[in-house]
Write a protein that binds this ligand. Sequence first.
Ligand SMILES: Cc1cc2nc3c(=O)[nH]c(=O)nc-3n(C[C@H](O)[C@H](O)[C@H](O)COP(=O)(O)OP(=O)(O)OC[C@H]3O[C@@H](n4cnc5c(N)ncnc54)[C@H](O)[C@@H]3O)c2cc1C
Length: 390
Amino acid sequence: MIGIVGASLAGLTVARTLRSLGVTEPIILVGAEPWLPYDRPPLSKEVITAGDESIAPDPGWATLLTPGEADEFDWRLGVAATGLAPGPVIHTDHGDIPADTVVLATGARARRLPGDVLAGVHTLRTLDDARRLADDLHDARDLVVIGAGFIGAEIASTAAAMGRRVTIVERAADPGAAALGPRLAAWALDLHRRAGVDVVVDAGVADLEAVDGRVRAVRLADGTTIPADVVVVGVGAVAETDWAANSPIAIDGGFLTDAAGATSMPGVWAAGDCARVTAPDAGHAVPHQHWSAAIESARAVAHAVAGHPRPAPRAPYVWSEQHGHRIQICGTMPRGVDPTVVEGSVDDDAFVAVAGDPDRPDAVVAVDMPRPFTRLRKAMDARVAGAVRI
Ligand SMILES: Cc1cc2nc3c(=O)[nH]c(=O)nc-3n(C[C@H](O)[C@H](O)[C@H](O)COP(=O)(O)OP(=O)(O)OC[C@H]3O[C@@H](n4cnc5c(N)ncnc54)[C@H](O)[C@@H]3O)c2cc1C
């Protein structure tokens, strides 16, 4: 029997890949949330515009399952794993599950700020988070988003389109520069400002001001006060490993794995946002807590568990949707490098830019130009696959 802890993107991908490789053993998926696997990217995009009452209680609208697929697996939903023992055995709040093989796919949780427990202060990771945020935003006028990362930027964009007054407060002086390069990061900030979003960079949050336990303003370190009916804390995610903290498994910013996803515990593998690959040739050696990386690491684990050679790795890839534009990035942006625009134009908000040698780019950034982007991404994938010994 194969036990998978975490019934979401990575867990489901492991399970369905095992089946596609001919593995017929029973597969149990243990999930802390009460839902069958649903997709998270819509949560920061179209879902929060809907308003609480319009979000169907069962997230079937964002299901990751294909028709009939749910019947192939044994689901233990609303069940939280609480530890691991050699064997391996999964301890849960509903009893122990002994297994021949265990796969950890518990994802990540939103990082919080100390003391951010006031009403009106949100993080966004789950459907329930999205529902609470949608409900609060419905009646709000002023939203402050703390953090200009992808999820914060998407929430700001969605709320601006809903007519809310939105301010992003960001600690870094040059948010986005690591992913996009300095010049395109400046373009992304300008995109916010043109959409009416105020962006305050190089700014620390000193305090959240409240009236009757509900947030009313964000006070910055320089004394500026920004009114806020709702605050979203978007300061990154932390691998969800706490539940296994007392188990005999190596954890350091994630469950540590080799390139195939094997952890330090015999018979236990890890995939997706909860895993941290230490092998430098893994293709996803740095933590990439993104959709495609979760799929890729899950496929690698399934192949290893089924005794198949590892599938060819792909270049890191992430997309984001902001102010009606689709931003796609593949590869790894070299530090401080400004990618060169090779197609389209930044002034038109539609372009493809490459960093490094144009024939062998280190990274490609595209805005609303999916076709040339896909061509360059395929070429980069082929190079990554060719460079990595499988
Ligand atoms: C709002 C939002 C928008 C995003 N948008 C994009 C995007 O546009 N592009 C992109 O590339 N990526 C995006 N991502 C990232 C992408 O969704 C994640 O990388 C992906 O969901 C990771 O999949 P996972 O299965 O590893 O983890 P998760 O999807 O987090 O799933 C982990 C599951 O494990 C469960 N779990 C946790 N602890 C336990 C336990 N102890 N016992 C049992 N179950 C447990 C959790 O409840 C959860 O259901 C977004 C993420 C969010 C939150």
